[in-house]
Write a protein that binds this ligand. Structure first.
Ligand SMILES: C[S@@+](CC[C@H](N)C(=O)[O-])C[C@H]1O[C@@H](n2cnc3c(N)ncnc32)[C@H](O)[C@@H]1O
Length: 392
């Protein structure tokens, strides 16, 4: 039998196990190629929104790089790798193990039957895998998350986890919007982490066409963001220079603002309400306007003990500001919920207010206004910026 047949045996067994859901793992070892840092490659089946993939984890001395491939592409890569740079492979399936070894042109395979072994379930894979697994993307490099070598930088691991978390939270909310090609406006977009990640996931993985505009007052960030969007081929992602209040949000289906400073969050909510956006989602940042009024004003004396320590005043200001925002959104026909969107190990500013427009769920306006007035009186608050914008 010609030596290359053993390699084809292994590839054929891998292809069948992948198709049948019997693939546990394929490991390539005994690397002797040009990259002195590469140690081994581990391959698993994963299920992403676009379908089943073979996920390759390249284990280097100090880092891992993950790349996902459709089956034909993966098998072509394996064929090249095992005839050139890797001398051994161990295939594990639910029914058998197959060990492959190559010395020069000589190849050996050894097959051993096994029983009682289960393949990792698709659900398990889905849960373990982040929405954005592949790291070989120009925007990840441009934003400094991935280094020249294509691996997530050591000091950007948290950021990478965070943007994946954001995609997990925002993608279903965007998908639920009725519009065929929703317009998402990100107010105070900064470098556009959320916008690149969401666009990449929705347009290329989930195949949900969207348009995203990031609004940002810092011109250089806008220029950089537009250049990176072009370089990534993200045609419907753009950044616009200017302030939130100057931006014409007419036609926006979703208005998002993550950590837009202090009252800029209110500006974003105001624009979202004005546009009658289906979705308004904000992660507020500092809460100076209300904190100052709580410190200067005359909160109910019964709160004295609660407001004695600076750190608790800070937290109360956050709760009061965001409760008032949620109530003002409800007053304007939105259903709201507030929850933590990333672990507080990443940032203490981790509350997300999600408001979905639903006129059927409208609350009695007088009751909402009474609640707002009661909270303001209790905490000695004269004005809330969003109230002023809404002309209340
Ligand atoms: C803390 S950064 C957050 C950036 C981004 N949203 C994120 O989460 O990575 C806040 C950004 O909002 C921008 N910004 C603040 N107020 C703004 C306003 N009124 N109009 C436009 N941009 C604003 C700032 O320039 C800054 O880039």
């Amino acid at each position: 039998m010609p030596p290359a047949d053993h390699l084809e045996d292994l590839l054929s067994a891998t292809r069948t196990a992948f198709a049948d859901g019997a693939l546990v793992r394929l490991r390539l070892g005994a690397y002797h190629g040009a990259d002195s840092d590469l140690k081994s490659v581990e391959i698993k089946k994963i299920t992403v929104k676009g379908g089943d993939r073979l996920s390759f984890t390249y284990h280097y001395k100090t880092r891992d790089i993950i790349k996902n491939f459709v089956e034909p592409e993966a098998l072509a890569l394996l064929r090249t790798a095992l005839s050139r740079d890797f001398r051994s492979a161990q295939l594990a399936t639910t029914g058998f193990d197959m060990d492959f070894e190559r010395t020069g042109d000589q190849m050996l395979v050894n097959r051993t039957e096994v029983s009682g072994r289960a393949a990792p379930s698709t659900d398990h894979n889905r849960a373990k895998n982040r929405p954005l697994t592949a790291t070989d993307k120009p925007w990840l490099k441009a934003l400094g998350i991935v280094g020249k070598d294509g691996a997530v930088r050591h000091n950007a691991q948290d950021k990478f986890r965070q943007i994946n978390k954001m995609v997990e939270i925002f993608a279903p909310l965007i998908k639920a919007i009725g519009a065929e090609r929703p317009l998402i406006v990100d107010m105070g977009a900064g470098k556009g982490y959320l916008d690149f990640a969401l666009y990449d996931f929705l347009a290329t993985v989930a195949r949900r066409p969207v348009r995203i505009v990031g609004v940002e007052m810092r011109h250089q960030l806008v220029a950089d963001g537009n250049a990176t969007a072009r370089a990534s081929g993200f045609e419907a992602l753009s950044f616009q220079s200017g302030s939130i209040m100057e931006f014409d949000a007419t036609g926006a289906d979703a208005v998002i603002a993550l950590h837009a400073c202090d009252t800029a969050t209110d500006d974003a909510i105001f624009k979202g309400i004005g546009a009658e956006a289906s979705l308004i989602a904000v992660a507020p940042c500092c809460h100076k306007q209300i904190r100052r009024q709580m410190a200067d004003g005359h909160p109910d004396q019964r709160l004295n003990a609660l407001l004695r320590h600076g750190i608790f005043v800070e937290r109360q200001a956050e709760m009061v500001t965001d409760t008032l925002r949620a109530l003002l959104l409800e007053l304007n026909g939105y259903r709201t919920k507030v929850f933590e969107f990333v672990s507080d190990a990443h940032t203490p500013k981790n509350n997300l207010i999600v408001a979905e427009r639903d006129l059927r769920a409208a609350r009695d306006p007088d009751a909402v206004l009474r609640q707002i007035a009661a909270i303001k009186t209790m905490f000695g608050i004269r004005r809330h910026h969003l109230e002023d914008l809404l002309g209340l």
